[in-house]
Design a protein around this ligand. Structure first.
Ligand SMILES: Cc1cc2nc3c(=O)[nH]c(=O)nc-3n(C[C@H](O)[C@H](O)[C@H](O)COP(=O)(O)O)c2cc1C
Length: 262
Protein backbone atom coordinates (compact mmCIF):
# COMPACT_ATOMS: atom_id res chain seq x y z
CA UNK A 1 0.00 0.00 0.00
CA UNK A 2 1.56 3.38 -0.96
CA UNK A 3 1.53 6.36 1.41
CA UNK A 4 -0.77 8.73 -0.55
CA UNK A 5 -1.98 11.15 2.13
CA UNK A 6 0.63 12.55 4.46
CA UNK A 7 0.00 15.12 7.18
CA UNK A 8 2.72 17.09 8.94
CA UNK A 9 1.98 18.80 12.24
CA UNK A 10 4.64 20.94 13.84
CA UNK A 11 5.57 23.52 16.43
CA UNK A 12 8.85 25.21 15.52
CA UNK A 13 9.69 28.76 16.70
CA UNK A 14 13.18 28.93 15.12
CA UNK A 15 12.27 26.62 12.18
CA UNK A 16 14.84 23.83 12.73
CA UNK A 17 12.09 21.29 13.52
CA UNK A 18 10.16 22.46 10.49
CA UNK A 19 13.21 21.98 8.21
CA UNK A 20 13.68 18.42 9.47
CA UNK A 21 10.01 17.60 8.95
CA UNK A 22 10.09 19.08 5.42
CA UNK A 23 13.07 16.82 4.58
CA UNK A 24 11.35 13.73 6.00
CA UNK A 25 8.21 14.56 3.99
CA UNK A 26 10.35 15.00 0.86
CA UNK A 27 11.82 11.52 1.45
CA UNK A 28 8.37 9.97 1.86
CA UNK A 29 7.25 11.58 -1.39
CA UNK A 30 3.50 11.25 -0.75
CA UNK A 31 1.05 12.37 -3.43
CA UNK A 32 -0.73 14.73 -1.03
CA UNK A 33 0.88 16.66 1.80
CA UNK A 34 -1.05 18.80 4.27
CA UNK A 35 0.96 20.99 6.66
CA UNK A 36 -0.53 22.15 9.96
CA UNK A 37 1.97 24.49 11.59
CA UNK A 38 0.77 25.40 15.10
CA UNK A 39 3.73 27.65 15.95
CA UNK A 40 1.59 30.78 15.88
CA UNK A 41 -1.50 30.90 18.09
CA UNK A 42 -3.65 32.31 15.27
CA UNK A 43 -2.83 29.37 12.96
CA UNK A 44 -4.05 26.66 15.37
CA UNK A 45 -7.20 25.03 13.93
CA UNK A 46 -10.16 24.42 16.28
CA UNK A 47 -9.86 20.70 15.66
CA UNK A 48 -7.50 18.62 13.56
CA UNK A 49 -9.07 15.33 12.52
CA UNK A 50 -6.52 12.88 11.15
CA UNK A 51 -8.89 10.04 10.35
CA UNK A 52 -8.29 9.50 6.63
CA UNK A 53 -4.55 10.26 6.52
CA UNK A 54 -2.20 7.39 5.71
CA UNK A 55 0.58 8.75 7.89
CA UNK A 56 1.08 11.74 10.22
CA UNK A 57 4.45 13.21 11.28
CA UNK A 58 4.35 15.23 14.50
CA UNK A 59 7.36 17.44 15.31
CA UNK A 60 8.43 19.65 18.22
CA UNK A 61 11.64 21.01 19.73
CA UNK A 62 13.04 19.91 23.10
CA UNK A 63 12.86 22.41 25.99
CA UNK A 64 14.47 21.24 29.23
CA UNK A 65 14.29 17.60 28.11
CA UNK A 66 10.53 17.87 27.54
CA UNK A 67 8.05 19.02 24.88
CA UNK A 68 7.41 22.79 25.32
CA UNK A 69 4.12 23.41 27.19
CA UNK A 70 2.89 25.65 24.36
CA UNK A 71 3.24 22.73 21.93
CA UNK A 72 1.57 20.31 24.37
CA UNK A 73 -1.42 22.68 24.58
CA UNK A 74 -1.60 23.16 20.79
CA UNK A 75 -1.35 19.45 20.00
CA UNK A 76 -4.56 18.95 22.04
CA UNK A 77 -6.57 19.72 18.87
CA UNK A 78 -5.28 16.48 17.31
CA UNK A 79 -7.66 13.59 17.00
CA UNK A 80 -7.25 10.26 15.29
CA UNK A 81 -8.39 6.68 15.38
CA UNK A 82 -5.38 4.43 14.87
CA UNK A 83 -3.62 6.42 12.11
CA UNK A 84 0.12 5.59 12.02
CA UNK A 85 2.18 8.49 13.40
CA UNK A 86 5.87 9.40 13.61
CA UNK A 87 6.90 11.62 16.54
CA UNK A 88 10.06 13.65 15.81
CA UNK A 89 11.93 15.86 18.28
CA UNK A 90 14.72 18.33 17.50
CA UNK A 91 17.19 19.31 20.23
CA UNK A 92 20.15 21.66 20.57
CA UNK A 93 22.98 19.10 20.87
CA UNK A 94 22.70 18.67 24.67
CA UNK A 95 20.07 15.93 25.24
CA UNK A 96 16.45 15.11 24.46
CA UNK A 97 15.83 13.14 27.67
CA UNK A 98 12.06 12.43 27.96
CA UNK A 99 10.87 14.57 25.05
CA UNK A 100 10.50 11.80 22.46
CA UNK A 101 8.60 9.44 24.77
CA UNK A 102 6.41 12.39 25.83
CA UNK A 103 5.61 13.23 22.19
CA UNK A 104 4.93 9.57 21.47
CA UNK A 105 2.54 9.45 24.48
CA UNK A 106 0.80 12.63 23.26
CA UNK A 107 0.29 10.87 19.91
CA UNK A 108 -1.20 7.79 21.62
CA UNK A 109 -3.50 9.95 23.80
CA UNK A 110 -4.78 11.64 20.61
CA UNK A 111 -5.61 8.25 19.07
CA UNK A 112 -2.53 7.70 16.87
CA UNK A 113 -0.37 4.64 16.64
CA UNK A 114 3.35 5.54 16.78
CA UNK A 115 5.15 3.37 14.21
CA UNK A 116 8.58 5.06 14.21
CA UNK A 117 10.31 8.01 15.86
CA UNK A 118 13.40 10.19 15.61
CA UNK A 119 15.54 12.74 17.42
CA UNK A 120 17.42 15.24 15.25
CA UNK A 121 19.74 18.14 16.13
CA UNK A 122 19.09 21.84 15.45
CA UNK A 123 21.09 24.96 16.19
CA UNK A 124 20.45 25.76 19.85
CA UNK A 125 17.97 28.60 20.28
CA UNK A 126 20.44 30.23 22.73
CA UNK A 127 23.39 29.99 20.29
CA UNK A 128 25.12 33.32 19.55
CA UNK A 129 28.51 34.33 18.08
CA UNK A 130 29.90 34.44 21.66
CA UNK A 131 28.31 31.15 22.75
CA UNK A 132 27.98 28.97 19.61
CA UNK A 133 25.98 25.74 20.07
CA UNK A 134 25.27 23.40 17.14
CA UNK A 135 25.59 26.31 14.70
CA UNK A 136 23.81 25.87 11.32
CA UNK A 137 22.26 22.54 12.21
CA UNK A 138 20.43 20.86 10.66
CA UNK A 139 23.18 20.81 8.02
CA UNK A 140 23.20 18.93 4.69
CA UNK A 141 24.16 15.64 6.43
CA UNK A 142 21.24 15.97 8.86
CA UNK A 143 18.81 16.81 6.05
CA UNK A 144 20.04 13.84 4.00
CA UNK A 145 19.45 11.59 7.02
CA UNK A 146 15.97 13.03 7.37
CA UNK A 147 15.25 12.34 3.66
CA UNK A 148 16.59 8.78 4.02
CA UNK A 149 14.40 8.30 7.10
CA UNK A 150 11.43 9.43 4.98
CA UNK A 151 12.37 6.90 2.28
CA UNK A 152 12.55 4.08 4.87
CA UNK A 153 9.12 5.10 6.17
CA UNK A 154 7.71 4.95 2.64
CA UNK A 155 9.31 1.52 2.14
CA UNK A 156 7.95 0.27 5.45
CA UNK A 157 4.54 1.50 4.35
CA UNK A 158 4.71 -0.39 1.07
CA UNK A 159 5.66 -3.59 2.91
CA UNK A 160 2.48 -3.04 4.99
CA UNK A 161 4.62 -3.59 8.07
CA UNK A 162 3.06 -0.66 9.92
CA UNK A 163 1.33 -3.09 12.26
CA UNK A 164 4.23 -3.04 14.67
CA UNK A 165 4.54 -0.19 17.13
CA UNK A 166 7.90 1.22 18.16
CA UNK A 167 9.59 1.83 21.52
CA UNK A 168 11.44 5.13 21.95
CA UNK A 169 13.89 6.12 24.73
CA UNK A 170 12.84 8.13 27.77
CA UNK A 171 11.44 7.67 31.28
CA UNK A 172 8.00 7.88 32.84
CA UNK A 173 7.24 9.86 34.91
CA UNK A 174 8.98 12.46 32.78
CA UNK A 175 11.59 14.75 34.30
CA UNK A 176 10.26 17.84 36.09
CA UNK A 177 9.89 20.97 33.98
CA UNK A 178 12.37 23.77 34.75
CA UNK A 179 10.75 26.64 36.68
CA UNK A 180 9.78 29.58 34.48
CA UNK A 181 12.11 32.60 34.61
CA UNK A 182 10.02 35.78 34.39
CA UNK A 183 12.06 37.83 31.94
CA UNK A 184 12.39 38.28 28.17
CA UNK A 185 14.91 39.35 25.50
CA UNK A 186 15.54 43.10 25.36
CA UNK A 187 15.27 45.44 22.36
CA UNK A 188 18.25 47.70 21.67
CA UNK A 189 18.17 51.06 19.88
CA UNK A 190 19.16 49.31 16.62
CA UNK A 191 15.45 48.43 16.36
CA UNK A 192 13.64 49.78 13.27
CA UNK A 193 10.15 48.87 14.59
CA UNK A 194 9.59 46.62 11.53
CA UNK A 195 7.35 44.25 13.51
CA UNK A 196 9.04 40.98 12.43
CA UNK A 197 9.52 39.95 16.09
CA UNK A 198 5.83 40.48 16.83
CA UNK A 199 4.85 38.37 13.81
CA UNK A 200 7.01 35.34 14.72
CA UNK A 201 6.35 35.25 18.48
CA UNK A 202 4.48 31.98 19.18
CA UNK A 203 2.86 33.28 22.36
CA UNK A 204 1.92 36.83 21.25
CA UNK A 205 4.22 38.22 23.96
CA UNK A 206 5.50 41.11 21.79
CA UNK A 207 3.67 44.23 20.65
CA UNK A 208 5.32 46.78 18.38
CA UNK A 209 4.02 50.34 18.35
CA UNK A 210 6.10 53.46 19.02
CA UNK A 211 8.30 51.11 21.09
CA UNK A 212 8.60 47.31 21.40
CA UNK A 213 6.92 45.88 24.48
CA UNK A 214 7.44 42.29 25.61
CA UNK A 215 5.31 40.60 28.26
CA UNK A 216 7.77 38.56 30.40
CA UNK A 217 4.94 36.38 31.72
CA UNK A 218 4.16 35.18 28.17
CA UNK A 219 7.79 34.88 26.91
CA UNK A 220 9.06 31.29 26.67
CA UNK A 221 12.62 32.24 25.54
CA UNK A 222 12.11 30.42 22.25
CA UNK A 223 14.40 33.11 20.69
CA UNK A 224 12.41 33.31 17.44
CA UNK A 225 12.41 37.13 17.82
CA UNK A 226 16.22 37.19 18.15
CA UNK A 227 16.82 34.91 15.14
CA UNK A 228 14.38 36.77 12.87
CA UNK A 229 15.64 40.30 13.59
CA UNK A 230 17.43 41.66 10.52
CA UNK A 231 18.90 44.51 12.63
CA UNK A 232 20.25 42.30 15.46
CA UNK A 233 18.24 44.47 17.85
CA UNK A 234 16.86 41.67 20.08
CA UNK A 235 19.27 40.30 22.70
CA UNK A 236 19.05 37.63 25.36
CA UNK A 237 20.52 39.68 28.19
CA UNK A 238 19.02 37.54 30.98
CA UNK A 239 21.94 36.64 33.34
CA UNK A 240 20.68 33.11 34.15
CA UNK A 241 20.24 32.29 30.44
CA UNK A 242 23.63 33.74 29.52
CA UNK A 243 25.18 31.43 32.15
CA UNK A 244 23.30 28.47 30.65
CA UNK A 245 24.45 29.40 27.12
CA UNK A 246 28.09 29.49 28.28
CA UNK A 247 27.66 26.12 30.06
CA UNK A 248 26.18 24.62 26.88
CA UNK A 249 29.06 25.91 24.75
CA UNK A 250 31.64 24.63 27.25
CA UNK A 251 30.11 21.17 27.70
CA UNK A 252 28.03 20.25 24.66
CA UNK A 253 30.08 21.26 21.65
CA UNK A 254 30.91 17.71 20.56
CA UNK A 255 28.73 16.88 17.58
CA UNK A 256 25.77 14.57 18.27
CA UNK A 257 24.14 12.59 15.50
CA UNK A 258 20.45 12.00 14.75
CA UNK A 259 18.81 8.85 16.13
CA UNK A 260 16.15 6.95 14.22
CA UNK A 261 13.75 4.38 15.70
CA UNK A 262 11.95 2.30 13.08
C1 LIG B 1 13.70 27.23 26.57
C2 LIG B 1 14.55 26.26 25.79
C3 LIG B 1 14.98 25.06 26.35
C4 LIG B 1 15.78 24.17 25.61
N1 LIG B 1 16.14 22.97 26.18
C5 LIG B 1 16.93 22.12 25.48
C6 LIG B 1 17.33 20.86 26.05
O1 LIG B 1 16.88 20.45 27.12
N2 LIG B 1 18.20 20.10 25.35
C7 LIG B 1 18.72 20.50 24.14
O2 LIG B 1 19.59 19.79 23.61
N3 LIG B 1 18.29 21.63 23.54
C8 LIG B 1 17.40 22.45 24.18
N4 LIG B 1 16.97 23.60 23.58
C9 LIG B 1 17.35 23.90 22.19
C10 LIG B 1 16.25 23.54 21.18
O3 LIG B 1 15.73 22.25 21.44
C11 LIG B 1 16.83 23.58 19.75
O4 LIG B 1 17.44 24.82 19.52
C12 LIG B 1 15.81 23.32 18.68
O5 LIG B 1 16.50 23.16 17.47
C13 LIG B 1 14.78 24.44 18.53
O6 LIG B 1 13.76 24.03 17.64
P1 LIG B 1 12.95 25.04 16.68
O7 LIG B 1 13.97 25.61 15.72
O8 LIG B 1 11.99 24.16 15.99
O9 LIG B 1 12.35 26.10 17.53
C14 LIG B 1 16.16 24.50 24.28
C15 LIG B 1 15.71 25.70 23.72
C16 LIG B 1 14.91 26.57 24.45
C17 LIG B 1 14.43 27.83 23.80
Amino acid sequence: MPCDKLKMICFSPTRTTRRILDAIAEGIGAEQLEVIDVTRADRVPETCECLDDDLVIIGAPVYGGRIPLTAVERFKVLNSCGTPAVPVVVYGNRAYEDALIELSDIAVESGFKPVAGAAFIGEHSFSTDKTPIAVSRPDEDDLNMAREFGKSLAAKFTEASFDTSVEVPGDRPYKERSPKVSASPITTDQCELCGACERVCPTAAISVGAVVETDPAKCTFCCACIKVCAFEARKLEVPRLLEISQWLTDNFSERREPEIFI
